[in-house]
Every structure is written in C-alpha cells, then in structure tokens.
Design a binder for this molecule. Sequence first.
Ligand SMILES: NC(=O)c1ccc[n+]([C@@H]2O[C@H](COP(=O)([O-])OP(=O)(O)OC[C@H]3O[C@@H](n4cnc5c(N)ncnc54)[C@H](OP(=O)(O)O)[C@@H]3O)[C@@H](O)[C@H]2O)c1
Length: 253
Amino acid sequence: MEELFGLRGNVALVTGSTRGLGEVAAKALAKAGADVVVCGRNPGDLKRVSDEIRKIGRDSEGLLLDVTSKASIEECVARALRRFGRIDILVNNAGVNHRVPVLDFPEEKWDLIIDTNLKGYFLTAQAVVPQMIERGYGKVINISSILGGVGLPNQVAYAASKGGVNQITKVMALEWAKLGVRVNAIGPTYFETDLVKQLRNDPERFNFINERTPMGRWGYPPELEGIVIFLAAPASDFITGQVIYIDGGWTVW
Ligand SMILES: NC(=O)c1ccc[n+]([C@@H]2O[C@H](COP(=O)([O-])OP(=O)(O)OC[C@H]3O[C@@H](n4cnc5c(N)ncnc54)[C@H](OP(=O)(O)O)[C@@H]3O)[C@@H](O)[C@H]2O)c1
C-alpha cells in the first residue's frame, strides 16, 4: 500500500488551504506522508493549519499567497522552494463565487472570479511546474466543480471559470504528458464550507441539492481525502487529463 498511496518524501503546495476543501486536501496529503506548504491570505489561519499539520507529524510552513497577483504567486513559490527544495504536488484550489443572474452580474465580480479560479490556477502552474519538469515527475490537481460540466442559474462567472479549469487541465496534461507531470481535475458537488454557507442555510436550495443528487445528499468534506491522495500518489501515475467528479452521481444524468 505504501508503494501505491504513500507520499513520504513528497512536498505538496495547496492554494487556499487555510479553510474549507483546501484545508481538507492539505491535511489528507500530510496524513499520506507529504510535507505541506499551506497557502492563503489570512496569517492566523496559515499558522493554525500548518501547526495542525506538524501535529500530524509532517513538516509544514504557512505562506502568504494571493492568487490574483502574479508577483504574490512567484514570491510564494520561491519561498516554498527555498524552504523545502522542491514541490512535487500542486493542488490548485483557491476559489471564490458570487451568485446573481447574468443580467445583474457586476463586471468586477466577473473579473475577480476568473482571476482567482482560472487565471490563478494557470499562473500558479506556470510558477510551480518547471521544477517538476526538471526532475521528470510531478502531480497537478486542479479543483474544479460539477459547474465545470453542467450549468446552473446565477453562476455565470463561476461556471465559466470551472469549465475553463477542465479545459486547461487537458491542455496542461497533453503538454506535459511525456515530461512526467500528470494533471487531473476533481469536480466536487456541494460540500459544506464557507463558500456555500448561504445555500446551506436556505432550506429551498438545500433541499433542491439533496433532491437533484442521486445519492440524496451533500458531500462531507472528509470524503474529498481519498481522491486527493489517489491523484497525488503513484497509484494514479498512468492517469492524466481527467476530470473526476465527486458528486454522489449528480453529473451522471
Ligand atoms: N464547497 C463546495 O461545495 C465546492 C464545490 C465544488 C467546488 N468547490 C471548489 O473547491 C475550492 C475550495 O472551495 P471551498 O468550498 O473550500 O471554499 P472556502 O471555504 O471559501 O475556502 C476558499 C479558500 O480559497 C482561498 N482564497 C480565496 N481567494 C484567494 C486568493 N485570491 N488568493 C489565495 N487564496 C484565496 C481562501 O483563503 P483566504 O483565507 O485567504 O480567503 C480559502 O482558503 C474552490 O476552487 C471551489 O470552487 C467547492
């Protein structure tokens, strides 16, 4: 099992790992043996999550990162490389949303969502992947969404960003396939985090999501752990360019 799923000796960098699904992913990678660079904009949360990872028994550092700024990405990655010497696993996860109808959607929210959820993934991969290519091995995991494949009202920028994430996953996978870098995406359904608190607290939306999901419920954040470890580990070495939905069957019909 260690040979297939163990991550000892690997260094992972997870964007937006100060809370929510990014925090779950960062801790899952640590439990599988990786040292983890925790990234986000809140110093208190950076310290909390990296302290908790050290308690798991792995090395960790919390580094400030704003993925809407190329300079911030480059500085964060340079600091991570100075501290750990390598990044073997990149989880592009930092994401935001804003839910209003297309005709009311503010331009600045469109720009923020695309800059964070799509351009941020692209720029972070540009900063991290060259040193993976130099070593001939690396794993990039892009956190997409069911909205990368299906539409829902009121999420025009978010759906555009996640459709874009699915597409950049394929292009990156093809360009780096012979260079040892695997690139895959995970498409979660609704999981209870800050991002979807508003929907969770709206009984009509909460029930719509339960009824629309073949398995009849939202995801539990720990249910993300297995797929993150799998895509980071040698067990998935012949898989690239895929979007794997973790959605209780939502995208099947
Ligand atoms: N929860 C769901 O139901 C769900 C479903 C499908 C897909 N997803 C995807 O999963 C990912 C994580 O979502 P979540 O639900 O965990 O959201 P969340 O609880 O709101 O957490 C978002 C994370 O992203 C970080 N972040 C936001 N903007 C950033 C920026 N400009 N630079 C750096 N970090 C930034 C936040 O850090 P700060 O502390 O700095 O704000 C936080 O750590 C997103 O890509 C989202 O689209 C979530």
